[in-house]
Ligand binder design. Structure first.
Ligand code: CP
Ligand code: NVA
Length: 304
């Protein structure tokens, strides 16, 4: 077991570190656009374990490692001995002997924590059923680029109290904004997170009330990966929670719209919103690259 620095949730970094990381991500993005090569991770290797599908997380981490001068190895548990019952603890110890950092996308957050306990290199959460912290780095960067500091702002989370919603609660705490959460009964976020952040969050049942005066409206799929069987029941429960033009009109006139993607037009978001002028979802997706470069730099090649 080790005391290595991991990134399992936003709570693993201080507010100061997170704000500095946001600024660094903006800087690294500018450097890339200016054609400046920056390779502090030469000869470093990131192992990436994906137990669930991914487009953005895989592409952004792999591209980030290449652009920073290193390499990324894509690993599927089904192809590893892990898929045949090799203990997680042993896999963590062995993987740590080869690579310099490990990114994992899995179901159980507890499994991720066990893995991190036995890893001697930094472990990054690429999404669990509990939280998706890497996405929040990109979301905050995107807000800051478009509107300046997110501190003191009001963000409205509309829909499922899922891994993204939980990560938004952590972000409200760490970046100092207020989070209005509108979920149907029975789909609330992590009760512990709500209890720990009473002064930063308000749980509501009415999406219009949650959106009122918000600077940012965020939603996500109604059925997350692993919940495919619940799709029909969820579609019924969440129908009044669609983010459409009428809901956006409750927010501030200059409110932004974000969605971590993949999106389902006509379900959690209307096409008029995601493809409309307030949507910044493509910048948000792109910023996965820049913010994770800042994270990898912080974990593997911290600047003095
Ligand atoms: N937003 C996000 O994590 O996308 P992927 O599932 O495609 O990685
Ligand atoms: N809540 C979604 C996020 C996908 C990036 C899921 O877990 O499937």
């Amino acid at each position: 077991m080790s005391s290595t620095k991991h990134f399992l949730s936003l709570l693993d970094l201080t507010s100061e570190e997170l704000n500095a990381l946001t600024q660094r991500a903006i800087e690294l993005k500018k450097m890339l656009k200016a054609g400046r090569h920056y390779e502090p991770l030469k000869h470093k290797v990131l192992g990436m374990v994906f137990e669930k599908s991914s487009t953005r997380t895989r592409l952004s981490f792999e591209t980030a490692m290449i652009q920073l001068g290193g390499h990324a190895i894509f690993l599927l548990p089904a192809d590893m001995q892990l898929g045949r019952g090799e203990p997680l603890e042993d896999t963590a110890r062995v993987l740590s002997r080869f690579v310099d950092a490990i990114m994992i996308r899995t179901y159980s957050h507890h499994k991720l924590e066990v893995f991190a306990t036995y890893s001697t290199v930094p472990v990054i959460n690429g999404l669990t059923d509990l939280v998706h912290p890497c996405q929040l780095l990109a979301d905050v960067q995107t807000f800051v680029e478009h509107r300046g500091s997110i501190s003191g702002r009001t963000v409205a989370w509309i829909g499922d109290g899922n891994n993204m919603c939980n990560a938004y609660i952590d972000a409200a705490r760490q970046f100092g904004f207020h989070l209005n959460i509108a979920c149907p009964q029975g789909y609330d976020p992590d009760p512990q997170r709500l209890a720990d952040n009473k002064n930063r969050t308000t749980l509501m049942r009415d999406p219009r009330e949650a959106a009122a005066g918000a600077d940012l409206i965020v939603t996500d799929v109604w059925a997350s990966m692993g919940q495919e069987d619940e799709h029909q029941a969820r579609a019924k429960a969440f129908a009044p929670f669609q983010v459409n033009a009428s809901l956006m009109a409750c927010a501030k006139p200059d409110a932004l719209f974000m969605h971590c993607l993949p999106a389902h037009r006509g379900e959690e978001v209307a096409a008029e919103v995601i493809d409309g002028p307030q949507s910044v979802v493509w910048d948000e997706a792109e910023n996965r690259l820049h913010s994770q470069k800042a994270l990898l730099e912080l974990l593997l090649a911290p600047r003095p």
